[in-house]
Design a protein around this ligand. Structure first.
Ligand code: PLP
Length: 367
């Protein structure tokens, strides 16, 4: 038998991913439950059809028209105008964050985050041979600033990953805490006097409650800040695979060093621009999903459960002595949610009103 050169660090690893099961109600990966409109589908087909005329050629490597559209979208969504050249895009925000670690972390460097948080973060660190250091969030899933400061100054990370709203808890990072982190991160990097890059992962930002700011507002002042976003969640385009980042020019320029050539296909660019042109439809959907999230949280509390406050399109609830049996009980009734987060908790994505009602009925039966 041939002896393949397996890498020891992957010996006990398995591929990341929530179960993809064919069930009537999928509330497990925080997608927007509303399918694209007939108008959007027609425009997407037209845009992709036009792109097809030049598919024999490599795509536009720098995709400035898409960056301009993303800049317009961010300005409308958050009130912050980001220069198109300060925007970077890739196949999902997962790829964006991998680019950040490839460019700034790697062997001999450290990446820090605070759990419970998005479970892909340690995988980016593993895949870039970066050291992974993880602190704990407080009981209510907020950041304990004393412990954040201690961990950051002892780990001296090249990159700090902070999801806001955080997955799987839904917790947003208050502006004062982010400001404090950005200030001390200006000198907490791998070498004396060097900064750590603070990535604020805003995958769920569009769902934040009124009065919760976006980190984009601090970009102009903090060159060590990078804000990542995605079209996979509120935008209702998880299948498109389009994530993006806003940061200073120097950070974006470094990302262009590590990206693969022509990483964003002509089809993706065309489809993303067509979807962005339909962004007007989103506002109503997002408002509906936010309202459903709040009433779902209230309903779960009325069942006597603990529910984490959420600024995202999902709710973490518990605590169950045997969460797997609750997850399985729901699945047996055709409802797929996610067994993730601290022991005893489960996460449910906000679905359509009918899906939310089906989930609640099944949960009552299961409990
Ligand atoms: C916090 C967070 N960040 C990033 C992502 C990655 O999303 P995508 O690669 O689809 O943009 C996810 C996906 O679930 C997420 O929960």
């Amino acid at each position: 038998m041939i002896n393949l050169p397996f890498r020891p660090q992957f010996a006990d690893e398995s591929p990341y991913g929530a179960p993809q099961l064919d069930v009537p109600v999928c509330l497990n990966v925080n997608e927007n439950p509303f399918a694209p409109s007939a108008e959007l589908i027609a425009d997407l087909a037209k845009a992709v059809g036009e792109a097809a005329h030049t598919l024999n050629r490599y795509p536009d490597r720098d995709f400035f028209p898409l960056r301009e559209d993303l800049s317009d979208y961010l300005a409308e969504e958050s009130g912050v105008r980001v220069e198109p050249s300060h925007i970077w895009a890739a196949n999902g925000s997962n790829e964006i964050m991998l680019h950040v670690l490839q460019a700034f972390a790697g062997p001999g460097r450290t990446v820090v985050s605070f759990a419970p948080t998005y479970s892909m973060y340690p995988e980016y660190a593993r895949d870039t041979d970066s050291k992974w250091v993880v602190g704990r969030r407080a009981e209510d899933f907020t950041l304990d600033m004393d412990s954040v400061r201690d961990i950051v100054f002892s780990a001296r990370p090249a990159v700090i990953l902070l999801a806001s709203p955080n997955n799987p808890t839904g917790t947003a990072l208050p502006r004062e805490q982010l400001l404090e982190i950005l200030q001390f991160a200006a000198t907490s990097g791998p070498e004396e006097g060097m900064a750590s890059i603070v990535v604020v992962d805003e995958a769920y930002s569009e769902f934040r409650r009124d009065g919760v700011p976006s980190a984009l507002e601090l970009l102009a002042e903090y060159p060590n800040l990078a804000v990542t976003r995605t079209m996979s969640k509120a935008f209702g385009a998880a299948g498109l695979r389009l994530g993006y980042l806003a940061a200073c020019q120097e950070i974006v320029d470094q990302l262009t060093i590590v990206r693969l050539p022509y990483h964003l296909s002509a089809v993706t660019q065309a489809a993303a621009r067509a979807a962005l042109a339909h962004r007007g439809q989103l506002r109503k959907q997002i408002a509906e999903l936010r309202a459903s999230r709040d009433s779902l949280a209230d309903d779960l509390r009325r069942l006597g459960l603990d529910v984490a406050d959420s600024d995202a399109n999902f709710v973490l609830f518990g605590r169950f002595p045997d969460r797997h049996s609750v997850w399985q009980g729901l699945l047996d009734r055709g409802i797929l949610i996610r067994e993730v987060g601290p022991e005893g908790w489960l996460r449910v994505s906000v679905g359509t009103p009918a899906e939310n009602a089906a989930f609640l009925t099944a949960l009552k039966e299961t409990m």
